[in-house]
Write a protein that binds this ligand. Structure first.
Ligand code: ATP
Ligand code: MG
Length: 446
């Protein structure tokens, strides 16, 4: 058989075809849930606008090195969570982006975007991490994130945190706790690191395998462990905050001062170190108890060393990212489901054949005037019965049906039927359909 044999035409083949499935941990977003995402997207976009953040869209694939350098080699993400592959043609090492910051900074440096001064940016999009799928943890998930690049003052850290608080308000969410910490500067982390190594070496038998390895590579990250058996050990470990010098403490104090001035409660969590390698000074997380183990909804902080590390001029920066799936899940938990919107204004019913032309012409005319129209589509190119089209019209959520049957066509007229309120039907000429529909929609919205 040649390659040209159409596979869909043979019932034999169809019978044997197995259903295809999606990739584990990567979800479909179905129409019945999409309105929640659309609401969230609109909300974060207007939030970004309220604070002067502009949209940036980077590719989903980057050179692996962007993340190796931007996130750090000794992190969960780079060590075990990245989807990486070799470009078949040129052998380049590529990776599906696991987070947004490294990619945004790569773009900003490459495009020289900071030439004119600091920039406030935001992004929304899918991220990919090879994690064990469970509630709130997926292999493709989505983030909304903001980055404030070129700002060194503590007021920007506070702005970012206040922005999150406003977002929870805008979404109607409650019960999110704010935890903050300061990671100081490099020297302070070095001093703390030495103390930490001494401490963990004295307790090396109590460390799990991962942490024993990290003791050699990145001991700070031991504090980030999710192993419940190690929590006591981690709680008693030397705290970075006790190693901060005056400048770092001042910065941290000013952030706290601005949060307090805005009546925003927070807790200082000395063990908060965040999963990425590039943070310094302020870090923060927003946490809920309502999502089980995956309770961190958003997190961020300052990453002053990153831009230079990515090949740019030394430039301070900070940002945060929020997990969209977790926020949607929390909205459902809190009963903030909202109503799926009415799908359209008009459902156009026709008798196929000659009636198609006026149906399509009228539908386009209505759309030009801003009216939403679904034209009935047949399954087999034949006219469906009036009854079955009426059922579809009802199910569509349309306010009115415009009906052009063969009788109507003969008279060059259409029926307009009220589907939601009265069930009444009026007959108008094709030329009058637009005006009549607009009259009805206006009276409907009163
Ligand atoms: P966690 O500690 O839960 O693994 P993280 O520190 O790896 O989180 P970040 O890299 O800070 O997470 O990402 C910011 C936010 O993105 C998280 O707070 C969370 O809401 C969301 N997120 C991270 N990984 C996933 C995932 N695999 N599935 C769904 N959401 C995720
Ligand atoms: Mg993680």
């Amino acid at each position: 058989m040649s390659d040209l044999t159409p596979t869909h035409s043979s019932p034999e083949v169809n019978k044997k075809m197995k259903k295809l499935t999606g990739v584990k941990g990567m979800n479909d977003l179905l129409p019945q849930d999409a309105y929640r995402w659309e609401f969230l997207e609109r909300t974060v976009q207007s939030l970004a606008k309220a604070y002067g953040y502009q949209n940036i869209r980077t590719p989903i694939v980057e050179h692996t090195e962007v993340f190796q350098r931007g996130i750090g080699e000794v992190t969960d993400i780079v060590e075990k969570e990245m989807y990486s592959f070799e470009d078949r043609l040129n052998g380049e090492q590529l990776t599906l982006r696991p987070e947004g910051t490294a990619a945004v900074v790569r773009a900003v440096v490459e495009q020289n975007l900071l030439y004119e001064g600091p920039k406030r940016l935001f992004y929304i999009g899918p991220m990919f991490r090879h994690e064990r799928p469970q509630r709130g943890r997926y292999r493709q998930f989505h983030q909304f994130g903001v980055e404030a690049l070129g700002f060194g003052g503590p007021e920007l850290d506070a702005e970012l945190i206040l922005m999150c608080a406003r977002l929870w308000d805008d979404l109607g969410l409650s019960g999110l706790r704010l935890e903050i910490n300061s990671l100081g500067n490099e020297q302070e982390r070095k001093d703390h690191r030495a103390a930490l190594v001494t401490y963990f070496e004295a307790h090396v038998t109590e460390l799990d395998e991962d942490s024993q390895r990290r003791l050699k590579t990145n001991p700070l990250r031991i504090l980030d462990t999710k192993n419940p058996q190690m929590q006591e050990l981690v709680i008693a470990a030397p705290k970075l905050i006790d190693y901060l010098g005056k400048e770092s403490l001042d910065h941290f104090e000013k952030v706290q001062y601005l949060l307090k001035a805005n009546n925003l409660p927070f807790k200082i969590n000395p063990r908060l170190v965040r999963g990425l390698d590039y943070y310094n000074l302020t870090v923060f997380e927003w946490i809920t108890d309502q999502l089980g183990a995956q309770g961190t909804v958003a997190g961020g902080g300052r990453y002053d060393p990153l831009i230079e590390r990515m090949g740019g001029k030394p430039t301070p920066a900070c940002g945060w990212a929020m997990g969209i799936e977790r926020v949607i899940e929390l909205m459902k938990e809190q009963g903030l489901e909202g109503e799926p919107p009415t799908q359209c204004d008009i459902y156009m019913i026709h008798a196929s054949g000659d009636t198609l032309e006026p149906s399509f012409v009228l539908a386009e005319r209505l759309r030009t005037a801003g009216v939403d129209v679904i034209v009935h589509g047949s399954a087999d190119g034949q006219a469906a019965s009036f009854k079955s089209q009426m059922k579809k019209a009802d199910a569509s959520g349309a306010l009115y049906a415009v009906i052009i049957g063969e009788d109507e066509f003969a008279e060059q007229q259409a029926q307009i039927k009220d589907l939601r309120r009265t069930g009444e039907q009026v007959k108008v000429t094709f030329d009058d359909v637009l005006d009549k529909v607009i009259d009805l929609l206006v009276s409907n919205s009163d």
